[in-house]
Design a binder for this molecule. Structure first.
Ligand SMILES: C[S@@+](CC[C@H](N)C(=O)[O-])C[C@H]1O[C@@H](n2cnc3c(N)ncnc32)[C@H](O)[C@@H]1O
Length: 342
């Protein structure tokens, strides 16, 4: 896998992309049925997680309107459009212009049925308004970071390669991981690392960061990895995977405010689903999954009155052993889905 380059990414309320009509007709599978779907083409930079399940739970149909709030390289979006067939349309949102360039290429066969927007999913209702869409038939979120972002050292997400300590999904945002690491207070750093990274050595790591930055600014991934290694006692370092994994995850979540817009998005998405419309969310972090679970339960069982939504997943759907083996990054995925009642 590698960071890809591609055509100039669409920005703003991006125009429809591509020219050709889709050749991939066919009905969407029945709800919760794991019908066959297109898999990522060879060389695809990101393997979409729980692909069959996403398509089965969204149950896309001809002529439907779909939103992919984290379109990434367009793997899920392509499968949804292929399964829908007919004249289904998709609005794809991503905050990373490099991802949008890949999505533009991947989704070009669907022509003007796809619009790509550079932005944050927390502005969903504005994006819909800009597209002239009122209600939609399905909404997908596949949260977290993509393989393109993780595997490109120049983005600074990887603790395995030397790179600038950046970690911004949207490079037009002003604050990088280096800014946080060099300026945040010791307690704030410890809280992020403990809460977002679920790292038991958070306090010590924060202490070591503060001591190291007094000597010189921390600007690269390898510098930070060495500081984290020094902070974690040798015996503990041998357990629980790479010692820097949890701290890097925490900083990534803090830099990108990954938990900030989620609840807002879920409320907006619920308002915009048509009767029979569905929302599917894949979370990779327990805090995200908890927010999704809580929001979906409240929509499906509000205090008083008839519930406007039906839970399609009583428990989260997780990857089977085969998928987990083939794509280790899928291991922590949890999918939840709801449907607006008719
Ligand atoms: C796991 S990847 C999605 C991969 C995609 N489903 C596919 O099949 O290629 C997550 C994507 O969501 C984007 N993202 C994360 N948070 C976002 C937000 N708040 N608004 C818009 N995009 C976001 C990231 O830039 C990344 O490209």
């Amino acid at each position: 896998m590698s960071g890809g380059t591609g055509p100039t990414p669409p920005t703003g309320t991006g125009p429809a992309i591509g020219v050709a009509r889709s050749e991939t007709g066919g009905r969407g599978p029945e709800p919760a049925a794991a019908g066959p779907v297109a898999t990522a083409p060879d060389g695809a930079p990101h393997v979409p997680v729980l692909l069959r399940e996403v398509v089965a739970y969204l149950a896309p149909r001809p002529g439907g309107r779909y939103v992919d709030g984290t379109v990434g390289a367009g793997g899920h979006a392509a499968a949804v459009l292929a399964a829908a067939g007919g004249e289904a349309e998709l609005l794809g949102i991503d905050r990373d212009p490099a991802a949008l360039a890949l999505a533009a290429r991947r989704l070009a066969p669907f022509g003007a049925r796809v619009r790509l927007v550079h932005g944050n999913f927390r502005g969903l209702e504005q994006h819909l308004e800009d597209a002239g869409w009122d209600a939609v038939d399905g909404i997908l979120l596949d949260l977290g970071v993509s393989s393109m972002q993780l595997d490109d050292p120049s983005r600074g997400f990887s603790y395995q390669e030397e790179g600038p300590l950046d970690m911004r999904m949207d490079p037009s945002q002003p604050v990088t991981a280096a800014d946080l690491v060099n300026t945040a207070g010791r307690d704030q750093l410890a809280r992020w690392i403990a809460e977002y990274g679920e790292e038991r050595w958070a306090g010590r790591i924060a202490d070591f960061i503060v001591a190291a930055r007094r000597r010189r600014p921390i600007t690269t991934t390898t510098q930070l990895v060495e500081i984290i290694k020094a902070a974690i006692p040798a015996r503990a370092r041998r357990r629980g995977g790479h010692p820097a994994r949890r701290t890097f995850q925490a900083l990534r979540i803090a830099v990108n405010g990954e938990l900030d817009g989620l609840e807002e998005f879920l409320q907006q998405a619920a308002r915009r689903l048509r009767p029979g419309g569905r929302m599917v969310v894949i979370a990779f972090h327990s805090l995200e999954d908890r927010a999704v679970k809580r929001a979906f339960r409240a929509l499906a069982a509000p205090d008083g009155g008839a519930a406007p939504f039906r839970l399609l997943t009583r428990r989260p759907v997780t990857p089977g052993e085969e998928e987990a083996q083939a794509n280790p990054r899928s291991r922590s995925a949890k999918l939840r889905a709801i449907e607006r009642r008719q």
